[in-house]
Design a protein around this ligand. Structure first.
Ligand SMILES: Nc1ncnc2c1ncn2[C@@H]1O[C@H](COP(=O)(O)OP(=O)(O)OP(=O)(O)O)[C@@H](O)[C@H]1O
Ligand SMILES: [Mg+2]
Length: 603
């Protein structure tokens, strides 16, 4: 699985988990709270509906008590034949009936026989049905009171329908009961609205007759004394609260049903939906941005880096660069890889160098072995010829042969130098340390090499220039090589200076010429084996010099200006100590910069 897919999966799974948690939390906490709030509201309204029914009963009870205590009523009930019923209607007038919502007024005598009746409905007088009068006469318990303070109030199923009734005795001040008064208020079966606002609660009073629908029966089953209000949510938009009011006999008489739109819950649901939707949109946008940013900032540079690293091979390692600009972690990683590549390149170059040296070594060993003996024979034979020709009398012939033998020896010596250089390059260097006096050595070399007449040579050594411990033959080879190079660089003549002075625990010898100089690109290569600009050069001289100087724990530097001249400087420890570099810190002299400063003054 690649990084992009991993990130996408990780992001999706995390986002899904957060989404599930938020969905659960908003549903259970927010919608749960809203549901509880609407439950409480509907329960309260249902209780109000029940209270409104009970209020009608107590209104009618109060009106009955008031009417029954009127003297006019008492006198009429006591002697209905003698007292006009107008006395009654003067106090039980239409206004009083309308105010208390009373539909029927019936006065009974002591035996429970009706002696006066009145019907009133919606501001008009109506007849009192015989059925109703008979109903009360048949249920004398409702209309015959034994005590002055007895009363009966409540809901009652009458032949005219469900009524709120109140029955109270009519008595004198001496507490003599003369009859009873019954007031009846018809309970409307139609919906009674608690408010005119259609969006708010509707209170329905449903009379419970013999034929109760199954749904109503199931609701009644849910309503108990401990839990008198039952809340039902038939659908997403409506909530209903139910409660029951019993009749006078304790049987369920009215189902108070309150219905309300689920505004709070609907609003909560909308809020949750908007919240979830915005969460989804924001999450997707942030996720896309994060993935795009990661893709651009991390994955693309990483893929590029990985592609470039994969393409690296030993053949193209020198041309390959994987560095990414910047200072972030990926840029640093690329720079680290670049550093590793650099090290690899160095190792690869060193390997090549080693391989080259191994093959040179093999050739050199073979050539050295094969040439060394014949060369020595040639030199010996040349010396022998020289001795023999000394005895010859012919001067002219003698000089000619001596000139030729000198040339043979010269060439043989040069061939010997090549062999020595090759062997010095390939064999392990073992130093044979002895006292070396460099002033004498330099003078000897200048005498032995052929210096053209147009070159003026000078030697400047400090007076107390010390003897050093070194391998004499090898140091001689170094100085000879440097002096020969200097002479060869001054084809049209010039000045050769060899300077020497003591420098702390080291000696410093500079070979300075006013020759052709070395070009800048060649300066980096002159110590490489086989590098030469000369037609007859082997390119081994400086390589051997460097090896020998470093074997003595010394250092060699070059400073050159093309067309001006060249200065080679070698630093050699007076005594052979393992680390010559430490001497630099001891004396406080930086040999490289010293070398830089001395050249211009010498040239
Ligand atoms: N004093 C100098 N002035 C100018 N160029 C120099 C000087 N010394 C060295 N060089 C340059 O450095 C090259 C390498 O020198 P090096 O002595 O190693 O080899 P060489 O002189 O060419 O051959 P040989 O092996 O015979 O010495 C020379 O070919 C020359 O170009
Ligand atoms: Mg040379």
């Amino acid at each position: 699985m690649n990084l992009r897919l991993k990130l996408f999966t990780l992001f999706s799974v995390t986002y899904l988990l957060i989404f599930i948690v938020i969905q659960f939390a908003s549903n259970s906490v927010l919608l749960g709270g809203m549901e509880e709030l609407e439950n409480r509201e509907i329960t309260g309204e249902t209780a109000n509906g029940v209270a409104s029914v009970k209020q009608r009963i107590s209104d009618i009870e109060y009106a009955t008590r008031r009417f029954a205590s009127y003297d006019n009523i008492y006198r009429f009930t006591k002697a209905p034949d003698l007292v006009s019923e107008e006395y009654v209607w003067r106090v039980v007038n239409d206004a009083a009936l309308s105010e208390s919502n009373i539909n029927y007024v019936i006065i009974f005598d002591l035996e429970g026989e009706s002696i006066l009746e009145k019907g009133y409905y919606k501001n008009s007088k109506i007849a009192v049905s015989e059925e109703l009068v008979n109903f009360f006469e048949m249920n004398s318990i409702l209309v015959v009171h034994q005590k002055v303070d007895s009363k009966l109030s409540g809901l009652l199923k009458t032949p005219l329908g469900l009524c709120a009734i109140s029955s109270q005795p009519i008595s004198s001040e001496e507490d003599k009961i003369v009859g009873s008064m019954v007031l009846c208020s018809l309970i409307e079966t139609e919906t009674e609205k608690a408010t005119s606002d259609p969006t708010l609660m509707q209170v329905n009073l449903v009379p419970l007759t013999e034929n109760i629908p199954a749904h109503t029966a199931s609701i009644l089953h849910e309503i108990t004394n401990d839990d008198p209000i039952y809340v039902e949510k038939p659908n997403e938009d409506t909530i209903k609260g139910y409660s029951v009011v019993n009749d006078l006999y304790g049987n369920p008489a009215i189902l108070v049903a309150v219905e309300a739109p689920r505004l709070i819950y609907g609003m909560g649901e909308k809020m949750v939906n908007y919240f979830v939707l915005s969460f989804v949109l924001i999450g997707i946008s942030i996720g896309m941005l994060a993935i795009l940013a990661l893709n651009r900032l991390v994955i693309m540079p990483l893929s590029k880096l990985s592609g470039e690293v994969a393409e690296i091979n030993p053949q193209t390692i020198n041309e390959t660069s994987v560095a990414i600009p910047g200072d972030d972690e990926i840029a640093r990683l690329s720079q680290d890889i670049e550093g590793m590549l650099k090290t690899l390149r160095e190792y690869q170059n060193r390997m090549k160098e080693t391989e080259r040296m191994v093959s040179i070594g093999a050739t050199a060993t073979m050539v050295g072995h094969d040439l060394r003996n014949p060369l020595q024979v040639v030199v010996m034979l040349t010396d022998l010829i020289k001795k023999k020709i000394n005895r010859l009398s012919d001067d002219e012939q003698h000089q000619e042969i001596e000139r030729l033998t000198n040339r043979i020896k010269e060439q043989a010596t040069y061939m010997n130098k090549i062999v020595s250089d090759l062997q010095g390059l390939t064999k392990g260097l073992s130093l044979e340390i002895e006292d070396v006096y460099l002033v004498e050595m330099v003078e000897g070399i200048l005498e032995s090499v052929q210096i053209p007449e147009n070159i003026f040579s000078q030697v400047y050594f400090e007076e107390d220039f010390p003897e050093i411990f070194a391998d004499k033959a090898k140091i001689q080879r170094v100085l000879t090589n440097l002096i020969i190079n200097a002479i060869q660089s001054m084809q049209t003549g010039g000045e050769l200076v060899v300077r020497g002075h003591k420098d702390g625990k080291k000696v410093c010898i500079s070979v300075i010429d006013t020759g052709c100089g070395i070009t800048k690109p060649n300066l980096d290569k002159i110590f490489d084996p086989l590098f030469t600009t000369k037609a007859k050069g082997t390119g081994l001289g400086l390589t051997v010099c460097k090896r020998i100087v470093e074997a003595h724990s010394g250092e060699i530097f070059v400073k050159s200006h093309q067309g001006v001249g060249t200065m080679f400087t070698i630093f050699l420890p007076i005594k052979q100590e393992p680390k010559s570099v430490e001497d630099k810190t001891e004396t406080g002299i930086d040999y490289a910069s010293y070398h830089e400063h001395i050249l211009p003054s010498c040239l």
